[in-house]
Design a protein around this ligand. Structure first.
Ligand SMILES: Cc1ncc(C[n+]2csc(CCOP(=O)(O)OP(=O)(O)O)c2C)c(N)n1
Ligand SMILES: [Mg+2]
Length: 369
């Protein structure tokens, strides 16, 4: 009898399921290299460019927050804290790779080619914010949690069937990794060995729901196992490790080996969105400051300064340039004529059904008065 019990050792099975998902890190919070094998092969110019984008993103976050509070912007999901997770991952992809962002992934979308003006129009809910340049390989940010994963699986299969060496890359959050769409997508993409890189940006919270109650799994990366694909957890505050892991995952997927799931451990300093969330109700000051010690900009700044590639003056210059860029883009967005209801209705269908035609006629009559 005792022998039978031994044959069914669930504790051992559980330990096996939970084993081997370490956190990959190259650069620690003090800006020191802790794993030379994970230091990417980037030129000095590329390293500077990556830091420039991260500083740009921090400024965009600050200015967007201010513009929102002045009533000059619409929807905004803060990104400060997630710069390495967002910009260092994006840095590993090619322009022809297809980006399927979530609502918090606007910085990657702009870096992929969406004009800033259009990003602001999207924030305001203007149809013109969804008219993408022909050569922009991306869909608009997804608001439905996890839905972009299913779309990514489809796009990835399309790339595979057309023998493309490109990939789709998509982002969800820790909360998103509990959605049915998440599992369906990684399973489908895995079954077809489709060209996809799936990100879970684990920032510790789904609005106010802490990561600990989101799943019994100790890592979200291990969810890959059930889909038969590689899963990896990376320090999402470390731009070097995020880049290295992303680049390798991209290559793996582009070469027809199937998808990869990457969990980035990160934190959003701000509220969930600027639509009324108060993070002090579910996060402590201690927790905030613990994560601020891990800040991706601080550690990358230290690393680059020690290499003689960065200075305070350089950073100041980038901050000023970004502010100017934002000022110009918001002014451009202000010059776009206000959206009419008829414009919005015309945007919905290529071939309009009768009821939509009637609604367009009704609104056009009102709008012409
Ligand atoms: C299908 C669906 N359910 C619920 C919501 C409401 N909602 C918006 S954001 C959010 C939390 C998402 O958290 P997470 O995936 O961790 O992403 P984060 O916002 O932290 O980046 C929820 C529940 C939604 N947009 N879509
Ligand atoms: Mg989250």
């Amino acid at each position: 009898m005792a022998k039978k019990q031994k044959a069914l050792d669930f504790q051992a099975i559980l330990e096996q399921v939970n084993a081997d998902f370490p956190t990959y890190q190259a650069l620690d919070k003090d800006g020191k290299i802790v794993n030379p094998d994970l230091v990417p092969d980037l030129s000095d110019d590329e390293l500077v460019e990556l830091m420039t984008r991260m500083v740009w993103s921090r400024v965009l976050d600050q200015r967007s927050t201010a513009l929102n509070r002045q009533g000059r912007l619409g929807f905004f999901a803060p990104t400060a804290g997630q710069e390495a997770s967002q910009l260092a991952s994006h840095f590993a992809f090619e322009k022809e790779d297809v980006l399927l962002p979530g609502y918090r992934d606007v910085p990657q979308l702009i870096q992929h080619g969406l004009p800033l003006k259009e990003a602001f129009l999207w924030s305001r809910g203007h149809v013109a914010g969804n008219l993408y340049p022909e050569d922009l390989q991306a869909l608009p940010p997804q608001i439905i949690i996890g839905a972009q994963y299913v779309q990514a699986a489809g796009v990835a299969l399309g790339l595979k069937k057309r023998n493309k060496k490109n990939v789709v890359f998509t982002y969800t959050g820790d909360g998103g990794s509990s959605q049915g769409d998440f599992y369906e997508a990684i399973n489908f993409a895995g079954a077809y060995h489709a060209n996809a890189v799936f990100y879970i940006q684990n920032n510790g919270f789904a609005i106010s729901t802490p990561r600990e109650v989101q799943s019994a799994a100790p890592t979200l990366a291990q969810k890959a196992a059930a889909a038969g694909i590689p899963g990896i957890q990376v320090d999402g505050m470390d731009p070097l490790a995020v880049y290295t892991v992303s680049k390798a995952a991209r290559e793996w997927a582009a070469n027809g080996n199937g998808p990869v799931l990457i969990e980035t451990l990160t934190y959003r300093y701000g509220p969930h969105t600027l639509s009324g969330d108060d993070p002090t109700r579910y996060r402590s000051k201690d927790m905030d400051s613990e994560w601020q010690q891990k800040d991706p900009l601080v550690r990358f700044r230290t690393y680059l300064t020690e290499k003689g590639l960065w200075s305070e003056e350089k950073e100041e210059q980038i901050i000023e340039q970004t502010k100017e860029e934002i000022k110009a883009a918001i002014a451009e967005a202000d010059r776009v004529p206000k959206q009419k209801v008829s414009d919005f209705l015309k945007n919905m269908f290529e071939v309009q059904p009768q009821n939509i035609k009637e609604q367009i006629a009704t609104y056009e009559a009102k709008e012409s008065k």
